[in-house]
Design a protein around this ligand. Structure first.
Ligand code: ADP
Ligand code: ADP
Ligand code: ZN
Length: 217
């Protein structure tokens, strides 16, 4: 049982690396971003509120995201979770610690994916994903092999996110620095922090993360 957090600003490569870990290690990815995007298409009151906040690039309330994670931890059996985009605030980090302890589990490592702001603009504005299988692509760094068709599942339903524009990214970065970056100190203090170079090529980032994981017991 191995639980890790992928921590980093929007566009750092968390989703890309989480999917590789799922494939290579059979871990389970828990992405609050994906859960919230599913909630917003559900047509519920919560979904409508969430959509507005997300499109502006602000953070959804702790209560909502902690509730989503709590539900997953209760219902999903896994030999290890990858927390992708959660926690994003100190109260969320405290809640995660409590929820894991309640299940007799702990956090093994927090991988801090370091990427500078200039690189993030290019990452975010070039991002698109497969609407069927969730594979993540990029216009220049990871295009599909055949134009308009997903390499993994053959779907032609490729999508861009409403919040992947420079304007929203600016707000998302501010939110990251104000509310999420304090987690770096929090986990450093706990002895769980492992910084890696997120600017490297996808496979090189991957080997750094695998290096961190292989050093856990
Ligand atoms: P990115 O790929 O840019 O890191 P995510 O897909 O993780 O973005 O999240 C998209 C949006 O969903 C965020 O901008 C925020 O509005 C909301 N969100 C996702 N996770 C959280 C969280 N843990 N706490 C609060 N809001 C969240
Ligand atoms: P996050 O989940 O942290 O927001 P993503 O995994 O969605 O980030 O990656 C953001 C964009 O950058 C995607 O278009 C992805 O294909 C691309 N990308 C991810 N990792 C790298 C990398 N190491 N080098 C170049 N591009 C990358
Ligand atoms: Zn696909």
């Amino acid at each position: 049982m191995l639980n890790i957090i992928l921590l980093g600003p929007p566009g750092a490569g968390k989703g890309t690396q989480a999917r590789k870990l799922v494939e290579e290690r059979g871990m389970v990815q828990l992405s609050t971003g994906d859960m919230l995007r599913a909630a917003r298409t559900s047509g519920t009151e919560m979904g409508k509120k969430v959509a507005e906040v997300m499109d502006k690039g602000q953070l959804v309330t702790d209560e909502i995201v902690i509730g989503l994670i709590e539900e997953q931890l209760k219902t999903v059996k896994a030999n290890g979770f990858i927390f992708d985009g959660f926690p994003r605030t100190l109260p969320q980090a405290d809640a995660l610690g409590r929820l894991l302890a309640r299940n007799g589990q702990k956090l093994n490592a927090v991988v801090e994916m370091r990427v500078d702001d200039e690189a993030l603009v290019a990452r975010i504005t070039g991002r698109y994903t497969c609407g069927e299988c969730g594979e993540v692509y990029h216009d220049t760094t990871k295009p599909t092999k055949v134009d308009g068709t997903c390499d993994e599942c053959g779907s032609t339903n490729l999508k861009r996110r409403a919040d992947d524009n420079e304007d929203s990214l600016r707000t998302r970065l501010m939110e990251y620095y104000k509310k999420t970056s304090p987690l770096i100190g929090y986990y450093y203090h706990q002895g769980d922090l492992f910084p890696i170079d997120g600017l490297a090529e996808i496979d090189k980032v991957s080997s750094q993360i695998n290096g961190v994981i292989d050093h856990q017991n």
